[in-house]
Design a binder for this molecule. Sequence first.
Ligand SMILES: Nc1ncnc2c1ncn2[C@@H]1O[C@H](COP(=O)(O)OP(=O)(O)OP(=O)(O)O)[C@@H](O)[C@H]1O
Length: 327
Amino acid sequence: MTPLIQATNLARIYQVRRGLFAQPKPVRAVDGVSLAVMPGETLGIVGESGSGKSTLGRMLLGIDQLQAGEVRFEGRAMPELRTAEWRALRAKMQLVYQDPLAALDRRLTIASQLAEPLEIHRIIPKDQRPARVAELMVAVGLRQDQAGRFPHELSGGQRQRAVIARALASRPKLLVCDEPVSALDVSIQAQVVNMLRQLQEQNGIAMVFISHDLKVVRNIADRVAVMYLGRIVEEASSDVIFRSPRHPYTQALVSSVPVPGKLLEGRVILQGEPPNPANRPAGCAFHPRCSIARDICRSTAPVLRQIENRRTAACHIVADGAVPVAA
Ligand SMILES: Nc1ncnc2c1ncn2[C@@H]1O[C@H](COP(=O)(O)OP(=O)(O)OP(=O)(O)O)[C@@H](O)[C@H]1O
């Protein structure tokens, strides 16, 4: 089966100047990332702030330039130029990000915002648009009397529902959700995540779900990729990642998620400084914080290897004897 979206060896380096007269330094935001998402599947992407999750999400959609690598959608390479073909493909993949107020136009009513993509992509005849707008509102749990409201007249959760409805207007096959519930109250987060899950099941939409919140990812993802300083360090099904994380970084992340009724015994505490993308440690970037690091970890970067059936990890210690993924 062809993946819906497949990314190979994506890389993005930013030149970042810290201070007016300082020399720009390269920041490897995304550094050789490959992934694939099957139709209808949800891939969770987790990692601390600065690990490159958002940059990766934008690269998948073609919003951020690819400096290296390739993205294929339904088997076709994404065109580099913003041609008609690019726009047609982009309509099939939509972004939902953290701040719904920024994503919505403050001067337009909710109904007008939902009608806009229908107009732009000329998806359905004009006379059918009001009915489609009403349908989209029902799909995301907004009331019809909210159609005439402006974004500031809705709550945060309702605004995010409107953003999701707009993203659904072009009947996308992929949603890239970048921290879609982080700005919402915890009680509302679960409602929006459940709604996303339902929409996905009903419409067979695939998702790339980016979040630093493992509890949320656990709820929604089929598979999880863990990022550390621009690279994927472990990837497996959500069950496997949360039940038996193997990479020491994944172990630390997973053990920091409180489980009701369970003591924090055996919890792995991350040592050392949080990662600084402008100052990537030599060897394995995680080694300064790793409790099982050996000499090789300080000198040689580990490659992502298949360490078990359907699990990959980039760690010299856990992958002893395993075959590199690219081999
Ligand atoms: N437009 C930009 N210009 C310069 N540096 C950038 C830009 N966008 C991202 N970066 C840098 O790239 C690195 C990765 O950032 P990115 O936002 O992709 O990570 P993230 O994991 O999504 O983090 P967060 O959860 O904080 O958004 C960071 O060091 C960030 O400062």
